[in-house]
Design a protein around this ligand. Sequence first.
Ligand code: SF4
Length: 83
Amino acid sequence: MAEENPPARIDSARLAGEAGKIPTVDPNLCIGCGLCVTTCPDVFELGDDSKSFVKDGSACTKCNCQEAIDNCPAHAISWAEKK
Ligand code: SF4
């Protein structure tokens, strides 16, 4: 029986954070579904325009940012270099 390996996704998010990357949202692509806010509420927030934005790119205590990126239906989230 094949085993699933969810820690690999967590590791990739942790490695991205350690490599100085933070998640970023393209507001032109975001459809405001709120899934990223549910997944990483410390990182993402919906603005007055109903678009998601990153309120704190280093606040993901669950290291689920990769999950938010992978599950965004609009492919609006990606990793960006930390400024
Ligand atoms: Fe926008 Fe994607 Fe977040 Fe949905 S999951 S609110 S489309 S960035």
